[in-house]
Design a binder for this molecule. Structure first.
Ligand SMILES: Cc1cc2nc3c(=O)[nH]c(=O)nc-3n(C[C@H](O)[C@H](O)[C@H](O)COP(=O)(O)OP(=O)(O)OC[C@H]3O[C@@H](n4cnc5c(N)ncnc54)[C@H](O)[C@@H]3O)c2cc1C
Length: 355
């Protein structure tokens, strides 16, 4: 995201950079350690980040109506309209549904099925003295990821920011029957206990509210209609491995803007012309999401454990995997390199064991 949208790279928006981390295998037996000269993750405070994005949009001419809510949407061949707070109506050529994971717009136009599979996560963000942050997480703001903690298809995370510590737990595939029975809050509490026992986080964190959220686990089949486009979470653009979606929200927003500009120039905000949007996001990041989704769906606990046992001994494979997880490399582009390296490394491991 930082490469594609360099205007967000400033000290007001970015809180801290992380250049090291540990990723644990499900059994906690294997660990992948990463220590880099350059950052692998940039952290933000979400309120501040969103506020700055709004400022960018306003500076570019957008009218921001804070505190208002869209209560109805209407599309016809001639016009697109939204009703604000059951009162005023705004007319436009095209509507962009950027209304997040619950997207009333996607539901209203039946672009989303009633029982769509969702991921869920909960988190707490603790304010911590900078000195203590330095002591626990060093200047490199060392992060921790516990893959498939308690066998859950998801992960636990510790993302240290400048003076904030973000700890959370997410389940990515809730549609699996065994995941539905899980008590996510209980898993999170067990996760916190583990982190404290292992002395990975300070023990006396000030109590903060537990927040939760949901995400769609795959893109919608159709993300456009006559005079309408869906972007970001509304369209289900989330990385199925990490649950991240800010990059896709921004990338899809930009693609939508380009397609809308072309449609308006042609004076054809029609379904046929707006279909270009879906073609472009699929080519841009959709194939990557598809591929990751297929891997995530197939990956069993045993398989995840095996991948860790091999990757933790091979820095080249680790780099490739981290590139995928942090979104720095395209899976589509690097898939054969990753597969070749995995088999090479796995063979080397076996030969080493035979010696
Ligand atoms: C717990 C959690 C942690 C996450 N962590 C990360 C992370 O570390 N990195 C990352 O990249 N992604 C993360 N994500 C995902 C990320 O938050 C989303 O992918 C991203 O916010 C999508 O942006 P968006 O603009 O599409 O939707 P949103 O940010 O959800 O914005 C949608 C907006 O639409 C507004 N809206 C909804 N309905 C109406 C209405 N009727 N009228 C008017 N306005 C309306 C909402 O108020 C909201 O402001 C996380 C998600 C969760 C739940």
């Amino acid at each position: 995201m930082l490469q594609r949208f360099p205007y967000v790279v400033n000290d007001t928006i970015i809180e801290a950079y992380t250049s090291s981390g540990t990723v644990y295998s499900p059994s906690l037996q294997h660990q992948i350690e990463i220590f880099k000269e350059t950052p692998i993750i940039a952290t933000i405070l979400r309120k501040k980040f969103d506020f700055e994005l709004v400022k960018f949009a306003k500076d570019a001419g957008a009218v921001f109506q804070d505190g208002s809510s869209v209560s109805a949407v209407h599309l016809s061949d001639d016009i697109a309209q939204v009703t604000i707070d059951q009162g005023a109506t705004i007319s436009s050529e095209i509507i962009v549904g950027a209304d997040g994971v619950t997207s009333p717009i996607a539901k209203h136009f039946e672009l989303r099925r009633a029982r769509t599979s969702m991921g869920i996560c909960i988190l707490q963000e603790f304010e911590v003295d900078e000195q203590i942050m330095d002591q626990y997480f060093k200047k490199s703001r060392h992060c921790y990821i516990h893959s498939r903690f308690k066998t859950v298809a998801g992960y636990g995370w510790v993302f240290p920011k400048k003076r904030h510590l973000n700890i959370g737990f997410g389940i990515i595939q809730v549609d699996k029957p065994q995941q539905q029975k899980l008590n996510i809050l209980h898993c999170y509490q067990e996760y916190l206990t583990l982190l404290k026992e292992k002395d990975l986080i300070p023990k006396n964190l000030k109590e903060e509210p537990v927040k939760g959220g949901a995400l769609l686990t795959h893109p919608l089949e159709k993300t456009y209609l006559n005079r309408l486009l869906l972007v970001g979470d509304a369209a289900g653009f989330v990385n199925p491995l990490s649950g991240e979606g800010i990059y896709y929200a921004m990338a899809s927003g930009r693609i939508a803007a380009q397609v809308i500009t072309e449609a308006l120039e042609k004076e054809q905000p029609t379904e046929e012309v707006l279909a270009q949007y879906q073609i472009r996001w699929q080519k841009d990041f959709g194939r990557d999401i598809d591929l990751i989704l297929r891997v995530v769906k197939r990956g069993s606990m045993e398989y995840a454990e095996k991948v860790f046992s091999i990757a933790c001994k091979d820095p080249v494979l680790t780099d490739l995997m981290m590139g995928v997880i942090t979104g720095q490399i395209s899976v589509q582009q690097y898939k054969w390199k990753i597969i070749r390296r995995f088999f090479y490394s796995s063979l080397r491991n076996r030969l080493h064991l035979l010696k």
